[in-house]
Every structure is written in C-alpha cells, then in structure tokens.
Design a protein around this ligand. Sequence first.
Ligand SMILES: [Fe+2]
Ligand SMILES: [Fe+2]
Length: 480
Amino acid sequence: MKQYDQGKIPNNVNLSEDRRLQRALERWQPAYIDWWKDMGPSGFQEHHLVYLRTAIGTDAKGWAHFEYVKMPDYRWGIFLSEAEANRQIGFGDFYGEEVWQELPGEYRNPLRRLIVTQGDTEPASVEQQRFLGQSCPSIYDIRNLFQVNVEEGRHLWAMVYLLHSFFGRDGRDEAEELLERRSGNEDKPRILGAFNEPVTNWLDFFAFTMFIDRDGKYQLLALSESAFDPLSRTTRFMLREEAHHMFVGETGIARIVDRTAQLLKEQKGVAEDVRKAGGIDLETIQKTINLWFSLALDLFGSEISSNAATYFANGLKGRVNERDYDDHVAKDDAYRLQVPHTENGGAIRLVSEEIPIRNAMNEVLRDDYVKDCQRGLNNWNRVLAKHGLSDRLKLPSKRFHRNQGIYAGLHFDPEGNPVDEATWNRRRDEWVPSEEDRKFIGSLQKTAIFEPDQMGYWIAPPKRGIDGKPVNWEYVRVEA
Ligand SMILES: [Fe+2]
Ligand SMILES: [Fe+2]
C-alpha cells in the first residue's frame, strides 16, 4: 500500500509541505470535533467502539481499512483521487482546453457557491440522523448508520480543504459557517430544503440514504466533470464512499419490503393486519418514497435555470459521464418540458415547451437521477414478485410535492395530474406520511436492539455482513 501523510490530518495532498494551509486546517479541526461531539450520533461518542472503515489512502487497500474506533477518534482525512495526466476540459465553451489547477478569479464566486452548497449537506445529514442510534433494528444497522455519518464528516473535510486552499479569507469564513448552521434551525438553517427535514425513524433513514444520498451521487458526478481539477479529484474520491450510503438505503428498504411481503401473505393482504402483526404496511412505504423522492428532486434546482447554463458554459459543473455524449458544447439542442400555465379561473394546464439545452441542465441531471431511482424501485418490486404478490411500489411524478422550480406552489397528485388546493389538503395524508404514520413507525422502533442475534421484527435480516463478517457479529461494543 502507498504511504500517505499520517500526521494530525491524514491526507494525500502533501499537507506538511504547505505550512500555512496545514495551520489553518489544524485550527479548524478542534471546532469540527466540538461540532461532531455536539451534533454527531447522540449517546455513542464516549464509550462505544464501532467497527468502521477508515480511508487512509486512495488505492484499493487504503480506503477499505476496517478497525474498531470510538467515533470522535475517527481519522477524518483529506483524500483526492489520483490526478489524471493531461486531463482536458470535457464540455462547455472551453471544451478541449487544459483543466485548471488554480482557481480562475472570474469563477471564484460560482465555484465557492457550488462547494459551500455541497459542503453544507454533509454535516446537515449527520445532524438529521443523530438520534437514530437509539432506535436501531440491529447492531449491523447501527454500524452502517455510523459509517455513513463519519463519511459525511469526511466529505465536509473534503469541501473545507478546497475552501481553505483556494479561497483565502472567504474560504475560512465559509468553513466556520459550515459548523454554525444547523439542520432545521429557524435562525441558522442548512442551505437546502431536504437537509432541514426531520429524519424521525429508520424508514426515513433508509429512504434518505436511498434518495437524498443519491442526489449527492449525481451532484458529485456532475462536479467530478469540472474544469477545476482539485474539485474534480475531490468529488471523484467522495463518490467511492457514497456508494455504500446508497447501498444502505436500497437494501434497507428491500429488507423492509421483504418482511412486509411475508406478513402480507400471512395476513391475507390486509394492510391493517400487517400493522397489527408488527410490520410496516406497503402504503406507508409508498408514502415515504413519495416524500423523500420529491424532496430529493427539489435539490436539483429549477427546470429552467440560467445558473445551470452558466455553470455548463464555463466548465464548472457538467453532465454525468460527459464523455458518452457526442456534442460537448451543447449549444443548439433543446429540451422538451411540460410547463404549467395557470388559466383564468385558476386551473393548471401543462404545455409542452422547448428550452435551450444549457438552461435545462438541472433537468438533464434530474432525469439521470430518476432513472437510477427507478432501477432501485424495480429491485424492490422484484422482492414483492418473489413473494407472489401483485402489489408494486412506484415513483411519483416529477411534478408531485415540489417546492423548487416550475411546479413549486402548485399541486399535483402522485400521477402528476393537477389538483386544487382543497383536494391536496384533503388527500395529502394518503400521499405522504401523516403524523399518525410516523407515530405508528415510532411505536415499532421504541428502543435500540443490540443483541447480535436479534433483528427488528419489521425488517428482514441482510443477506451478508460487513467486511466478510457474519450478520450477527459484534459491530459495535462498549469499551471494556
Ligand atoms: Fe456525502
Ligand atoms: Fe452520503
């Protein structure tokens, strides 16, 4: 394995050769640890040893290193994917030119905004998930939760590294503010909507890692195309960790669907009886999908966006796998969009309109995301089919329950048909989880399950454990 700098801050960016940067980051470190102890997993900081994967390098061995650690002692490091020799700008007006190793002054503000917005989501999700350890369905699951949490912490480090290295005073200020905002706080909320939403139970958590972390994947894929090479390399390495987060979400829901399907058969298809038997009914799972999928769609920004056009033109944020496209300049194409028009009398009519492709880049990214989500849904539906059930889960329309973009402020049912406000208010609880639903799920998840051989009744066990260990292994233990 390659040897990396293992000082106070493990890294592969030669931190010890840049004293000024090293000092700045070492000053930020104690504030980060304070934040982590305050806002990280509640009740598991002092005495619990967690079997965690720590990135200590960027090659295969270095980033899959497992050991027991107390979370505040986790080695959050700064790792960039290896530089690609002669990398060229892959899209936009500077297509084919050499990528930038330094920050171009004219793109300082938009790049700062992109980095801060991405950086803000990382600590936010840790804050949103901080109480879940107290109701975990198994020791396998709580370990995965903590793995996700420490890696989001490392992603914050990755963004803070960029802010400190390239943005001077402004960057240092932004890095401080990243530790000051709080998810759901009225005065100092996190920047994006979904990251201020409560994650109150494990169904939420799995839906969050399935849908919201997957938004993260697509944002990172788009940023990894960036002409600003340090951003590209940083995000490429983050993507490797992100894969596990989505695995946790997708398999978590698959396991719930598995248990629900089994109970549904036993209870002859009656949803209420599934609940009585201690399972989560499919309707509640569907509503949870509707909620988190729509919150995730908002994160991509408006369907018609001049910011998105400028990001693309300037080579700051690209498309997923840009090299698979034929036309990397994308100046002449158009994107067809269903644009809502309000008629006299207030009814909504959808009109198909053409948008210049660069202005539709958010929507292009959102389409890739939706396809990926649908693949996950298909896997869940295969679980239902395997049990011989005809019920199916589905993604709601892209127009459903939106708070950003051209559908914001209007109402649509999950199929995407316009509905008036009265209908929305009357039927809302059929479409997204109600207080009642949350109470019910809470009643199934009252206490944490820590016995290695036990598993919450409402969820099937996973197929295999972590790092080749059995499912019932002691992934978290109290210090002797
Ligand atoms: Fe992340
Ligand atoms: Fe993540």
